[in-house]
Design a protein around this ligand. Sequence first.
Ligand SMILES: [Cu+2]
Length: 311
Amino acid sequence: MRKHFGAGLVGALYASGARLVAAALLLFATAGTALAQTAQGGAAPMIGAPQPWGMGLQASGGPIKDAISSFNSLVFWIIVAITIFVFLLLVWVVVKYSAAANPKPSRTSHNTALEIAWTVVPVLILLVIAIPSFRLIYYQDRAVDAEFTINVQGRQWYWHYAYPDQGNFTFDSYPVQDADIRPGQIRALSVDNPLVIPVGANVRILTTGQDVIHSFFVPSLGVQKYTIPGRTLETWIRADRPGVYYGQCNQICGVNHWFMPIEVRAVPREEFNAWAEQARTRFAQGLPPGPPPSVLAERQAQSTTIADARR
Ligand SMILES: [Cu+2]
């Protein structure tokens, strides 16, 4: 009976210890990548995009992502501390309570103080995680002092954007086809009509879906919001550095799901005003609500060909 108890305990500790050491190694590697990304930051326009072999979070282009990154660091260091603690505990148990070192195990079956501690300490750790976590959720939830609003509508399979405060022009956004990619553009992320915002402005984003659930996701700006038919959800973005921030619909929404990359260009105020002025004229006629079925069929055929070529 006593023997079983000891073997079970050591076995369980060993299994969780091995898992945690593996997790710790992965997390150290992640932290290294994040530090390297921070070191690369400079005055040049930022490119918020995935990188080959990137393991950490994407670099931050604004305050929401800053908050996400710092919350991520908090949880990371808590995990590191727990991992080290469990590992040391494991070593201590193995060395001190092996059959050779401890031939006559104690008959202790419980220890009230210890049991209170291992209940209360995890609760405290969870509180330390939960409080900033909820704060972050509410921070992302509503735009405070938003300068203007952009309506984002997910459609099968493209994005439809509207700028109600700049003359209510609307436009559609499609990915640049592989054959048309120019230097500086990124395959499957660059689009024909990017979303343009002024640097430093709080921009309210209202999302809705036309057909199925899509998701507006731009990691470097720390935004992800579902676009749900019949519902309007709110969130906001702010880019503190000029640059190009890429994202995608990250809700599997149908066969042409990949047709929904997002490109956000954060530009100086004057440039934004000039763009809005020009966009008002350019999109004044109002684009048709979506491409005609023939174009859709053609695009679907193209994407199938591309998918075949990749196989
Ligand atoms: Cu989608």
